[in-house]
Design a protein around this ligand. Structure first.
Ligand SMILES: *Cc1c(COP(=O)(O)O)cnc(C)c1O
Length: 404
């Protein structure tokens, strides 16, 4: 076994060597600008981009012309929300999203609010899934966009996109999904799910960092977007800038591999993930699973260990790369907004760890991590007076704390 062990696959993934191989020629020999229309270097680059666009489109049941390349899902989410808000301002000013979304959606929505839009942030049920009746009730004649993520990056919970899409379509509202954790991991089909805008990125599925895409529906209805960037008018005017050809080629290869191996990978990861969960839970009491037990990504396990700080637990096992709370907010010590939205207490949110399993996770690693978690939590709890009191049956809520 090699150390450190990587178990943070929802933060990013190592690039698959097959992806690197596909990319390499486009850095050196085939370096052309895909927008150079009058020589062979440009044609070759354009050919590679066209082929990649075809692969990405097919992966979600779309057409090549509906794919806009971006720098990643953060940009795609910004372009979807800001682009619709500006373009459809005369139609309405209301956007609906969810409290558990990624910061690149939530912070974009907050900016729209500062600019005069109204935003509804839907609550989720304790399992992390939205309530469709609440969604129906939130739609007004001012609503121009519903944005609900496919699968959550912290707790792995999968939202009912098909049902949401049906509601959006019935009410004539555009539907965007951040499918960064969805494409290549769970089936995504823009027509079956009535999706109008879909964000995704390469580096969560064994492709390179810094390349992503936004699907923009071209018919029934035709979606129009105001661009974030002005310039040469690339990507049908929606995203100016010279295309990242090696990145695009790698993105397509990564998607191709993910789709080809998806079902086998799903079975393998589900088995490993469940084994990790069962082994940890049988070795410890007071461990809580965050998020729906089945409607979640196969490679995601998010657990709270009562009476143990997630940060302390990670310090006890530095040879394993894990995430406490959200990777994106772990620089600050605020509890994860996702866990709070589920109704998890501040204490239990601070006690949470995300285990992210992926393509290169081995059975041996799972065994090692499970044993390590059980011994580390046991050791930390031995030092916790609160845990001792709880075990003796003292209800902590009835204890009167003295000031000091
Ligand atoms: C990682 C992630 C993003 C951001 O993607 P980048 O390509 O890193 O900008 C957005 N949404 C979700 C759900 C993610 O997991």
């Amino acid at each position: 076994m090699k150390f450190p062990i990587y178990m943070d696959y929802q933060a990013t993934t190592p690039m698959d060597r097959r992806v690197l191989e596909a990319m390499l020629p486009y850095f050196t020999d085939d370096f052309g600008n895909a927008a150079s229309r009058n020589h062979a270097f440009g044609w070759k680059a354009e050919e590679a981009v066209d082929a990649a666009r075809e692969v990405l489109a097919k992966a979600i049941g779309a057409e090549a012309r509906e794919i806009v390349f971006t720098s990643g899902a953060t940009e795609s989410n910004n372009l979807a929300l800001k682009g619709v808000a500006e373009m459809y301002a005369s139609k309405g000013n209301h956007v609906i999203t969810v409290q558990t979304e990624h910061p690149s959606v939530l912070d974009t929505a907050a900016r729209l609010e500062r600019q005069g839009h109204r935003v509804t942030y839907l609550q989720v049920k304790p399992d992390g899934i939205i309530d469709l009746d609440v969604l129906r009730g939130a739609i007004t004649d001012q609503t121009i966009l519903i944005s609900v993520m496919a699968a959550n990056n912290e707790i792995g919970v999968i939202q009912p996109l098909e049902e949401i899409g049906r509601i959006a379509r019935e009410r004539g509202v555009l539907f965007h999904t951040d499918a960064t954790q969805g494409v290549g991991k769970i089936p995504i089909d823009v027509n079956a799910m009535h999706l109008d805008l879909v964000s995704f990125t390469a580096h969560k599925i064994y492709g390179p960092k810094g390349i992503g895409a936004l699907y923009v529906r071209r018919k029934n209805p035709r979606v129009r977007l105001a661009p974030l960037l002005d310039g040469g008018g690339h990507e049908r005017g929606m995203r100016s800038g010279t295309l990242n050809v090696p990145g695009i080629v790698g993105f397509a290869r990564a998607v191709e591999l993910a789709l080809a191996e998806r079902e086998a990978e799903e079975r393998r990861l589900t088995r490993l993930r469940d084994r990790l969960r069962d082994q940890i839970m049988s070795g410890l009491d007071r461990v809580f699973l965050n998020g729906h037990p089945e409607k979640r990504l196969p490679g995601n396990l998010n657990l709270s260990f009562a009476y143990v700080e997630g940060e302390s637990l990670m310090m006890e096992m530095k040879e394993v790369a894990l995430s406490s709370g959200s990777a994106c907010t772990s620089a600050s010590l605020k509890p994860s907004h996702v866990l709070l939205a589920l109704g998890v207490s501040d204490d239990l949110a601070h006690s949470s760890i995300r285990f992210g399993l992926g393509r290169f996770t081995t059975e041996e690693e799972v065994e090692y991590v499970a044993d390590k978690v059980v011994s580390a939590v046991t050791r930390l709890r031995e030092m916790s007076p609160l845990y001792e009191m709880a075990k003796e049956g003292i209800d902590l809520k009835t204890v009167e704390w003295s000031e000091h």
